[in-house]
Ligand binder design. Sequence first.
Ligand code: FE
Length: 311
Amino acid sequence: MSPTVRTVSRKFRGAETMEGAGVRLRRMFGNSEVPLLDPFLLLDNFGSTNPEDYLAGFPWHPHRGIETVTYMLNGTTAHEDSLGNKGVIGSGDVQWMSAGSGIMHQEMPKRTEGLLSGFQLWVNLPHAQKMETPAYRGVDAATIPVLKEEDGREVKVIAGTYHGVEGPVRHIPVDPIYLDVRLAPGTEFEQPTKPGYTAFAQVMDGSGLFDPMGVPAVGEGPPTLYNGSIDPDAEAVSGPGHTVLYGDGDAVRIRAGDQGVRFLLVSGRPLHEPVAWYGPIVMNSREEIRQAVSDLQHGTFIRSKKVINEV
Ligand code: FE
């Protein structure tokens, strides 16, 4: 049987917001979209050529019940946490941090030449794992496989599997796919996605047809859409800053427009659990939130061995 290719169910354009100590960023989706993107809670896109937009950074703050996934595209972020990890997330690096029962960390973007940009995705943890021991994965860009194909396709596999190549981030409760995909003009990309799983694409550069309803069969020749007349407002076409949420199916199929396209493709197993969200803490019930706040007030928030003094 041929796969059921997913169609686009919704598109988000995000909204400007301020976070941390005054970092200007674009929130593609967040609290108000729950549970549409279950198990994904939030996606922030930070990006600026002006250091004043980000240098204040994200000083010491807590997390519990979630995973935060930082993918730096340009520039660097200095990072330090209550587990004793300390380092710099460089260009192309990924930090996949599981807060579990509680972590304190700070994330401070550093002044670099030109552009600083990247994404932070919040991935929910299932009830059974929300109070597990925190875990930190610093993934160096050099350890992330990149598949390059003759037609100009380039796929960076951060998590999940593409064409038999598995990304370095493994054993994540929601069984995610996290790919960074570049397509040359007019080329096509297909990726299996498990039925019932949530899948979305975040467009970074260029544009493309993300909905198979707008993708003519291969071999039918380039549609006129690509002859220099691509209409960025056409419903099937998505461009920079668009988040494309897919309906159910077992594959996604994307074709690049006449400038090519670069996007993140993310998929994961939905949890179908109640969400109680309080800032950087996401649990299942208000009682668990009250407990977290009480833990913060009484200095019992960090349950892992290493504890930092300054918060
Ligand atoms: Fe954080």
